[in-house]
Design a protein around this ligand. Sequence first.
Ligand code: MGD
Ligand code: MGD
Ligand code: SF4
Ligand code: MO
Length: 884
Amino acid sequence: MNIRPARINPTSMTRSTCPYCGVGCGVLIGRDESGTVVVKGDPDHPANFGRLCSKGTALAETISLDDRLLAPRINGREAEWDEALDLVAERFSEVIANHGPDAVAFYVSGQLLTEDYYVANKLMKGFIGSANIDTNSRLCMASSVAGHRRAFGTDTVPGLYEDLEEADLVVLTGSNLAWCHPVLYQRLVAAKAARPAMKFVVIDPRRTATCDIADLHLPIASGGDGALFNALLAEIDRQGAVDRAYLDHVNGFDEALSAARASDPARSGLSDEQIAAFCDLWIGTEKVVTVYSQGINQSSSGSDKVNAILNCHLATGRIGKAGMGPFSVTGQPNAMGGREVGGLANMLACHMDIENPAHRAAVQGFWQAPTIADKPGLKAVDMFRAVAEGKIKAIWIIHTNPVVSMPDADAVRAALEGCDVVVVSDVTDRTDTAKLGHVLLPATAWAEKEGTVTNSDRTISRQRRVLPAPGQARHDWRILADVACRMGWDAEFSWTLTSEVFAEYAALSGVAGAQGVDFDISDLAGITPSEYAALAPFTWPQGPAKKGGRFFAEGQFHTPDGKARMLPIVPRAPQSAPSADYPYRLNTGRTRDQWHTMTRTAKSARLNQHLGEPYLEIHPLDADALGLGPADLVEVTSPEGRAVLRVLLSDAVRPGEVFAPMHWTAETASAARIDALVKAVTDPVSGQPESKASVVALKRFAASWYGFAVSGQDEPAPDAPYWTRLRSSSGWRMELAGTEAPEDWVAYARTLFNLPQAEAATVLDPARGGARIAFHNDGRLLAALFVGREPIALARTHIVARVGAENAASVLAGRPGADAPDPGPTICACLNVGLNQIREAIETGRALTVPALGEALGAGTSCGSCRPELAALITRFRLPEAAE
Ligand SMILES: Nc1nc2c(c(=O)[nH]1)N[C@H]1C(S)=C(S)[C@@H](COP(=O)(O)OP(=O)(O)OC[C@H]3O[C@@H](n4cnc5c(=O)[nH]c(N)nc54)[C@H](O)[C@@H]3O)O[C@H]1N2
Ligand SMILES: Nc1nc2c(c(=O)[nH]1)N[C@H]1C(S)=C(S)[C@@H](COP(=O)(O)OP(=O)(O)OC[C@H]3O[C@@H](n4cnc5c(=O)[nH]c(N)nc54)[C@H](O)[C@@H]3O)O[C@H]1N2
Ligand code: SF4
Ligand SMILES: [Mo]
């Protein structure tokens, strides 16, 4: 292929890729005059054309070495690499020798770079000889992978991003694109502005920020998508919209149709009118793209839900053509690359099948491997169960935090506590998982490492290194290869450059292509280090058979007869049903400005200002029935575990359903690891857990005191039944609550802040249970604690800003002076615009549109991630008279 060199930017910025979501935005990294690292959107990258969201914009704030793991550790003490690597190799070899290769496992991540992933997969499947390598993509993309493979024969995403812009109708189901793929969402907003006739349907039990763009929002019952898409298929047939010519490329139409006709549309939880409106729009719009994400995948019927969607596109031939097709958006930056490379326990490298003897022989031959795994390994949930049962005796966890993100997370924690050998490769030791590692291996982080990633539309981009490896940190692939060499395979793991790993992988994909597999990038097999250094983004495949573009417009599926398969779908409800003991449905997911378990995004004070506390979104009617007020705390219990969260009243969720973010950890809150409550039930085909449909009981957490604290000191150690701890612009901020008030608040505060000697100013009101304490050094505020019997209603932004300032005692008034009104919780993270400011501008009629808010306050004018929230605030605060 023609390897276009990346254009050299005159300002000597380095081109790389954002390490967060699967949109895969290109970034430019450089330094300003003062030498500070700056990150901007790459105007030439085909995913984002210069745009970045709030998380991408804040990347430079997350690269500090605070909290970094900088040297290997063995049982808590620092060690040399040689000792740590020898130990890992010895312990793994020992377990394999005594108990067989299936007694060891790797649990890896869709955030690993392709080269890292390639080495991990090669070591486990070809040399250790087990397929016990699984990845957090099992929690994320496995149902899409299973659905694709069942329908297409391979795990192929047929379309491209521009299809979403060219479509006349975009259906988003189980996707909160505005928060989770913000730049793709912004591309859609721009497409709609250019072509107002374009329509959007959002299918989600909640009214999310994404609904801002929706012409139609369908608040589907949890798990109801199978019933809805079955209804659509039956209606496609009834209205005569089946593409008979395209059916020549498809098997299974009749069976799929009769199953669809037999299924009850009412199980979608939608009214006949809503279903009819949806079907008419979908059938009546040829150029339709159906985008889906975790509301589809994370379900005990996830793969069937995927196939129900694919059925509709196959029946109408709306696939692989401009502006048409099913489109699974990937979550992690390299979720797609990991699938390509064979990171899942049931796949081989380069989309080849572990069950296929010809594929196994091809891979083994190419690797010159002593063995090759011949049956699928354990999928994530089963893998940790096997750890708990002692069947897996050594596990290596790389680039993921399963003690927080796996369902039934307390059981995962217990499993690791009981495991003989736990090795963790991470960039920090401050994770709930690393706390349990016997051996910790320091990895280089984004901006220090190099390799490639594949985004949602099959675009492969380079991540480039701009910072030196700090301390002893090494690249993930290098650490894996170092261990492989020590296990006796030095010839096969002897690369010295990342580009050599990539070239080997590209060559192997040619072997796959020769087997008729879709994934072939063998044009790059001869890539040189300098070509690799200059590699510009390109879309796979890039092999002799096909270069870039879409798949399946003319059929040509990767099944034995070349035809796609439609599947008969019998919709199933989520496995747990609400009951008298656990009456509420617990839905979980993401917030706009945090990334998963917060180890990186929570380093940015700016990002921490958006929804900076673990919360439970609950309908006001349910809250009333439970006696829950607006800022109360609620105790959430499931058969698996418990959490205590802040109540967030909202009619965006339906009565009987509650929503909580997945981000909080034992590092950031006392009891808010939401996966401790999630039942570990999985889809029978994909093994993906049902992360969005557990059942819980709710009870007011009867706090007798509430507290808010700020500190400019070292990390505080809160001791309270409820606490949360986050970095702020001036140090730390904490929320606290308890059931028994300490006798001496000043002593409590001294311990909390580790300020045994500092001068204190206090306002104590024991009769009313109130205390306000400010520690200072010659009048300069060091830390402050506010407690009372009710939730603390104080201007938090103002108090955070006071840390380090003079006149410490004045903070005890708790409110800003008239000259400095409280901006309220941050909505626009880029320009730091708060809710109160926005509300004021709307209520006074000063700004009644999103662009007007931009003009008046700057809000929404930089990355644009907050625009859907601005629109929602306008609807909420707009006074009736102003609307006239
Ligand atoms: N800000 C931010 N962005 C991220 C991430 C992050 O951590 N933070 N993570 C990235 C990753 S790895 C992923 S996988 C993606 C996930 O991206 P999304 O899938 O868009 O995000 P989620 O919030 O997990 O879930 C999407 C929606 O599914 C809805 N839902 C729940 N049950 C159902 C159902 O039965 N049917 C339907 N139709 N909808 C349902 C939920 O209410 C939720 O709004 O985001 C990526 N982007
Ligand atoms: N209830 C519920 N649970 C969920 C979900 C949900 O929607 N609801 N979503 C699921 C989904 S879709 C996903 S993708 C998972 C995500 O869950 P995880 O993968 O567990 O979450 P992360 O916080 O992204 O973990 C990444 C880890 O890698 C570390 N790290 C960062 N950079 C590097 C590096 O370069 N090398 C190495 N070795 N380590 C590094 C980080 O510090 C962090 O500890 O959560 C899943 N869990
Ligand atoms: S949308 Fe945001 S998080 Fe996703 S890749 Fe782009 S900048 Fe990064
Ligand atoms: Mo994900």
